[in-house]
Design a protein around this ligand. Structure first.
Ligand code: AMP
Ligand code: GLY
Length: 430
């Protein structure tokens, strides 16, 4: 098969790395891709992930059999609709179905219609009304920009004072642009957070696995929310009985509900959940694509061929009995630029990538590039984004994978390099 992956980050590097191993692959393309993936796939840096017309044209020109869409923006903009209209099989939901992620207000109303458990909430288009609501609540809450804000448009507010600041930043200072014209104010859920993944063709489901992300910038879940500072899989909080509840109360109702409302969801459903003390799940958010950085450990852990699974989902031919095979554990530690998720410098030369020892040679350690580019002399990589690299390792246990990942993380350097030291600590403490 000729396959085209859309995107350029760490998640896409992991998908490309995994798809490149498929027995069914004939040729792999990625648009725009990045220098870090150039050894695995033909990159098309001139075709940006949001340029829908250029992507359709590229897919036609290369006679692509399957397009796999990484990021959410092109999905909410209708990329999958355009590709399918052109007769090109596509893994990823329609714009209508992508609203599950693209609009928090849509997701909340959908969950209410289908009795899917989630945090209590209220939606505001006027700052004054939002401020008044916060004063009336008088308890911790979470203030969210309604639109897409790359995982950063969420403020955890232990007190009303913090909530007022967040509302001002979103609605008045417009820190997230149009995404903050509408804000959602939610009840603060207590518990342990987990990401759960299922692949669906619109009616049938094949479950993947659970992973745990680390959203806050600093150790101990302190600091601001980021796009994700590291992840690991499996997540021990998802026991068999918790998984059963996730499927019965969330995943199946979502797939049934989307189909019954006339916009079947096809692609990967990624549910962000809070699991409370008695193991009951509540939805924090839906995403309509693979998680970043969760995909990095998921791909390293996955033993089955990914391509037939994505292809079957895209064609509406998923076999529900498909059991995905997994290795024991994998961990990803993100190396970020100093200052991220706020302002940061780029263009810092990265050292140590070629010297990662036997783990890299055996394939137990893979460095996925998120925000890098080649230096002007072409001899090395330099930083080009907030999240720079995902140092990802597998092992016979989370502890072993963790050790491998951190050993490598220490060896890779650039000015301002920052990473969390407690990725997977929750699993190790159990
Ligand atoms: P979101 O973009 O909605 O997933 O929010 C980003 C992060 O903020 C989540 O991954 C959680 O860590 C946290 N968060 C969001 N909503 C809530 C909530 N209602 N209660 C507790 N934590 C939340
Ligand atoms: N890791 C969270 C996300 O991809 O949204």
């Amino acid at each position: 098969m000729r396959v085209l992956v859309i995107g350029s980050g760490g998640r896409e590097h992991a998908l490309v790395w995994k798809l490149a191993q498929s027995e069914r692959l004939e040729r792999l393309h990625v648009a725009p891709g990045s220098a870090g993936m150039a050894a695995l796939a033909a990159c098309h840096p001139e075709v940006k992930a949001n340029d829908l017309a250029a992507i359709v044209a590229l897919a036609r020109a290369e006679a692509i059999d399957l397009v796999v869409v990484g990021p959410e923006d092109p999905l909410t903009a209708g990329l999958a609709d355009r590709l399918r209209a052109a007769g090109i099989a596509t893994f990823g939901p329609s714009a209508a179905a992508a609203q599950l992620e693209g609009s928090k207000a849509f997701a909340k109303a959908f969950m209410a219609r289908h009795a899917i458990p989630t945090a209590g909430h209220a939606t505001f288009e006027e700052a004054a009304a939002a401020h008044a609501h916060v004063d009336a609540l008088a308890r911790p809450c979470v203030v969210k920009a309604d639109g897409l804000a790359a995982g950063k448009g969420v403020a955890m507010c232990p007190s009303a004072a913090e909530a007022h600041v967040a509302i001002d930043e979103m609605m008045s200072a417009r820190r997230f642009g149009d995404a903050g014209d509408r804000v959602v104010i939610e009840e603060w859920l207590e518990g342990e957070e987990v990401s759960y993944y299922a692949i669906t063709d619109g009616t049938r489901i094949v479950t993947l696995a659970a992973a745990q992300d680390h959203k806050r910038a600093l150790d101990g879940d302190l600091g601001e929310n980021t796009g994700g500072m590291g992840a690991y899989s499996p997540a021990p909080v998802v026991t068999e009985s918790v998984e059963k509840k996730i499927l019965e109360r969330v995943v199946h109702p979502v797939i049934r509900g989307m189909a019954s409302e006339g916009h079947p969801f096809q692609g990967v459903l990624f549910v962000g959940l809070m699991i409370d003390a008695v193991g009951d799940p509540r939805v924090i958010e839906f995403n309509v694509r693979f998680g970043d950085p969760e995909t990095q450990p998921l791909m390293l852990r996955m033993k089955s061929d990914l391509l037939p699974l994505l292809d079957a989902a895209a064609r509406g031919e998923l076999a529900e009995a498909t059991a995905v095979e997994w290795g024991e554990a994998a961990v990803c530690v993100v190396l970020a630029s100093g200052g991220y998720p706020r302002a940061y410098a780029t263009g810092k030369r990265i050292s140590g990538l070629d010297d990662l020892g036997p783990d890299a040679l055996s394939g137990d350690l893979v460095v996925f590039h998120a925000g890098t580019r080649q230096t002007a002399d072409g001899a090395a990589f330099e930083t080009a984004g907030g999240r720079v690299l995902g140092i990802t390792a597998r092992g016979d246990s989370v502890a072993e994978a963790c050790e491998r990942a951190y050993r490598a993380a220490e060896k890779v350097g650039f000015e301002g390099r920052h990473f969390r030291h407690d990725i997977a600590a929750r699993a190790l403490r159990r």
